[in-house]
Design a protein around this ligand. Structure first.
Ligand code: C5P
Length: 297
């Protein structure tokens, strides 16, 4: 995330993510799934503005920043992870701070792009500063993991991170560059919970919880790791995902996969020129909203 102070306000650009690979090792006794994943922060952003309020009220407004989000229900109550994060921070610190929060949403929802999680991480960082709570980054990580499995990655503000556990244990890694992606978000979305249920994964075996190795140093090496174990159940649940992946798999790209629990899919391209021509062709096919993005914080 990138934070700017403008007069009394904090403005945060909260990025989306892709899971370059996502391996499910098995179902854990707590019902979550043990994962190994590579998160990559990409240049597609929600924007959040935080201002102190004169009362102890926390108000949230949510404005669609793209046409495709115009008809989507964007809750502004405690169903929204921004509000959940604000309330959790207040509860954890005993602060009675108020805030007026404006969220401009551009990251598609139910897409596996981590938009809600990134917004939640932005809220923890911004309100910790605005309310002078003084929580350390380690303490913020503790709150982040209670909000969702992807929030910790965004808290790091790193370009890439290896995730383990249920995804919440992340460690920053460096990437070869340039990484250029075309992302397609089909008109329909997917629920994370439903995709994991459809996967019907076996129980985790302790021996499967292996250690991570080193990441490859080249883009081609990284491309060889692209794979998402949630793709099969997502394709079964949502025909749009199947169509998007089939369209990308026909292309001469380095790799193509779904991100997170879907429904968005991406191609890792050979060059910016290839990404541009692929973007034009995918837009012409009308499979969904198409973004040309690079790895970016
Ligand atoms: O953590 P998050 O809120 O993103 O998870 C949503 C749901 O996805 C969880 O309630 C759980 O059913 C499922 N999930 C899982 N294993 C994970 C992450 C999520 O089973 N590692």
């Amino acid at each position: 995330m990138r934070i700017h102070q403008h007069q009394q306000q904090l403005i945060v650009h909260a990025p989306a993510k892709l899971n370059l690979f996502l391996r499910v090792l098995g179902k854990r006794p707590d019902g979550f799934h043990e994962l190994r994943t590579l998160f990559i922060s990409i240049g597609l952003y929600d924007t959040l503005t935080f201002a102190l309020s004169t009362t102890d009220e926390i108000s949230l407004t949510c404005t669609p920043g793209t046409r495709s989000l115009a008809n989507v229900d964007l809750p502004t109550d405690s169903r929204n992870l921004v509000m959940k994060a604000a309330l959790l921070l207040r509860q954890a610190t005993g602060s009675n701070g108020g805030a007026s929060i404006e969220l401009t949403k551009r990251i598609p929802v139910e897409a596996g792009l981590g938009g809600g999680s990134s917004d939640a991480a932005a809220t923890l960082v911004a309100l910790n500063q605005l309310w002078n709570c003084g929580l350390t980054i380690a303490e913020l990580h503790g709150l982040a993991s209670r909000l969702g499995s992807d929030v910790n990655f965004f808290l790091e503000s790193s370009l890439a991170g290896l995730g383990s556990g249920r995804g919440e244990a992340t460690r920053p890694v460096t990437l070869p560059d340039p990484l250029v992606f075309v992302v397609i978000k089909p008109p329909t979305g997917l629920s994370t919970k439903e995709v994991f249920t459809e996967l019907n994964a076996p129980l985790l075996e302790i021996s499967a919880a292996s250690q991570d190795g080193e990441l490859p140093k080249t883009v081609a090496g990284l491309a060889a790791l692209v794979r998402n174990d949630l793709e099969e159940p997502a394709r079964r649940l949502n025909g749009d995902v199947d169509q998007c992946l089939a369209a990308l798999e026909r292309e001469d790209v380095l790799a193509a996969a779904m991100t997170g629990s879907g429904s968005a899919c991406f191609a890792l391209c050979r060059s910016p020129d290839q990404a541009q021509s692929l973007t034009d062709r995918m837009r012409a096919l009308g499979l969904g909203e198409v973004f040309l993005v690079e790895a970016a914080i």
